[in-house]
Write a protein that binds this ligand. Structure first.
Ligand code: SF4
Length: 187
């Protein structure tokens, strides 16, 4: 069972890499650059830093730094200084990058297969989420969970609020990934 599951994950990963290499709109981007763009499109404002990208991708600072420079040179990301800490840099996707991701993600072959699976696709998504949380609970790996499932996620005056940073959140933040995420189970 474990071996078969591992084989399936490996095969799906290799199909994703092939998709990345062969997609005409992604031909000039390396897989790591595509992964960085996808992460930046899904993470919140506490997580869109070079360190956040580095931790999420699990690569060295130097490798990520080179990739971010390449993305900036292509006009796909912009650096912004944090309002309250001028040493801290945040990375924002440009309109061009957002259009690109809208056209390519999720991969068409994956979306079509999930659509053919109908309701079972939802169950699969739940099970994959459960598997990820199980690994995150048992291993020393960065959380990067969805804000709405964090133990610090609160509601104040009908709007989401972060109990860790003591700052209000926007409605869409609940669906974004955060590097400070802490699961409910460890509260
Ligand atoms: S509630 Fe948790 S996941 Fe959401 S912003 Fe705060 S620390 Fe991050």
């Amino acid at each position: 069972m474990t071996s078969t599951f591992f084989d399936l994950l490996e095969r799906l990963s290799s199909l994703m890499r092939i998709w990345n290499r062969q997609h005409p709109l992604l031909a000039e981007l390396q897989p790591i650059q595509v992964s960085a763009l996808i992460y930046l499109s899904r993470c919140n404002r506490y997580s869109n830093t070079p360190l956040g990208v580095t931790e999420y991708l699990g690569l060295t600072k130097g490798t990520v730094s080179q990739s971010l420079k390449a993305l900036e040179a292509r006009g796909l990301i912009e650096k912004r200084q944090a309002l309250h800490d001028r040493r801290s840099v945040h990375l924002e996707l440009t309109a061009v990058a957002r259009e690109l991701l809208e056209a390519v993600a999720p991969p068409q072959f994956l979306a079509a297969a999930l659509s053919r699976m109908g309701e079972r696709a939802q169950l699969l998504e739940q099970l994959f989420g459960e598997l990820l949380r199980e690994i995150q609970r048992a291993e020393d790996v960065p959380g990067f969970g969805l804000c709405q499932s964090c133990r610090f996620h609160q509601q104040r005056n009908g709007l989401p609020f972060c109990g860790l940073t003591e700052q209000p959140l926007q409605s869409r933040d609940a669906q974004l990934i955060c590097r400070e995420h802490s699961p409910l189970e460890v509260a």
